[in-house]
Write a protein that binds this ligand. Structure first.
Ligand SMILES: [Zn+2]
Length: 125
C-alpha cells in the first residue's frame, strides 16, 4: 500500500510504501516484493500487494498456496525493485525528470548505470 505521512527530519510530507501484511513502512526495496494473481492468463486487476520479504511474505505465501488452488487464480511475485520502473513507464512519467530529481548522493551511480546501459544499447546496434 502507499501511505502519506510527515517526515519529521525533513519537515515535509512524503509518500511511502508499506507492507500489506504488517502495515510497517518498507525502507529497503531489496527486502520487499510484490505479489499478484493471474487468472486464465490475465492479471487480476486489484490483486497487487506489497510485502516485506520474510517473515511477512512467508505468511502470505502459505495462505496463497491454498487460495491458488481455487478459482481466485494463480499466485505470482517479483522483486519490489522492478515495480517503480513499470509504474514510471505505464504512467508516461519522464525518466529524464526522475533522474533530474535524483538525490545528489546517487547521481554518480546513476551516471555509471546510464553509461553501462548506453554501451549495452550501442553493442546491440
Ligand atoms: Zn511486513
Amino acid at each position: 500500500m502507499i501511505k502519506i505521512r510527515r517526515n519529521p527530519d525533513l519537515g515535509t510530507i512524503v509518500a511511502v510504501l508499506a507492507c500489506d501484511h504488517c502495515g510497517q513502512e518498507i525502507t529497503h526495496a531489496g527486502k520487499a516484493l510484490y505479489h499478484w494473481r493471474m487468472q486464465e492468463g490475465e492479471p487480476v486487476e486489484d490483486s497487487l500487494r506489497i510485502y516485506h520479504k520474510r517473515p511477512c511474505s512467508d505468511v502470505i505465501e502459505r495462505g496463497e498456496r491454498v487460495v491458488g488452488q481455487q478459482p481466485a487464480g494463480r499466485f505470482y511475485w517479483s522483486e519490489l525493485s522492478t515495480l517503480p520502473g513499470l509504474l514510471v513507464t505505464a504512467t508516461n512519467f519522464s525518466w529524464v525528470q526522475l533522474i533530474h530529481d535524483c538525490p545528489d548522493e546517487q547521481l554518480d551511480q546513476v551516471l555509471i548505470a546510464l553509461q553501462a546501459r548506453i554501451a549495452q544499447r550501442d553493442s546491440q546496434e
